[in-house]
Design a protein around this ligand. Sequence first.
Ligand SMILES: [Zn+2]
Length: 262
Amino acid sequence: MLAVSLVTVLSCQTTPVGRRQLALVPSHQMSLMGAEAFANLKETMEIEDDPTLLTYINCVSSALIKNVEGTTDWEVVLFREDSANAFALPGGKIGVHTGMLEVAENQHQLAAVLGHEIAHVISNHANERISENFVVEGGLAIVAATLRNRESPSYKLLMAALGLGAQFGIILPHNRRQETEADVIGLDLMATAGFEPKQSLKLWANMAEKGGAGIPEFLSTHPSHGTRSQTLERNMPRALQLYEAAVTRPTCAPNDSGSQTN
Ligand SMILES: [Zn+2]
């Protein structure tokens, strides 16, 4: 018991908004796991290579990442997938499905998606999920063994903890708290980069609308539309101040000079 509580005391960190979290796995190990899971996805999923789309995605993501501290080796990949999904893995690996570009109808809305995903990474949410679901019970050795054995019953759980919940059909406890936190931090990130923060509300409205014919994966692990809108509205005054103070106004796509998309 003493050993466990000592580890806990030594391994509490805080997220960018100051919430204390359990993070027991060394960060380089988290990055290795994220890189491995990402490499697997890149082997099994089809990657979109349309230069116009890639320029667009890179323009939005680099505008956001520029304001993030630290030495994370960011990588954003566009996967050819119709579902409106996006995900983040530790170590700065971010995946976007082409279906998301149907829902995020301009650069500001795409910035809301990517800002949310970047927020998951810089808040160490995966480490927290693994620490809560694996480490306390079995130690780091269990995590390593699970990662090596894809047939293990815990493998899907580990992948979900890393950030692939939608892909593996698993919603982990405490996800809502992390999702709300990622919304708040993501909103600040997009505003600081000069994207219009109010477009985040439009993005989630589009997402909810798409849900009519079956809820998009991205929503299934995320808070309800009403809860999410309330959180964003509550944080909008600060985001608008950040937006007004932003030194840049990115222009990532030819049709993005204004935001008047219906
Ligand atoms: Zn999320």
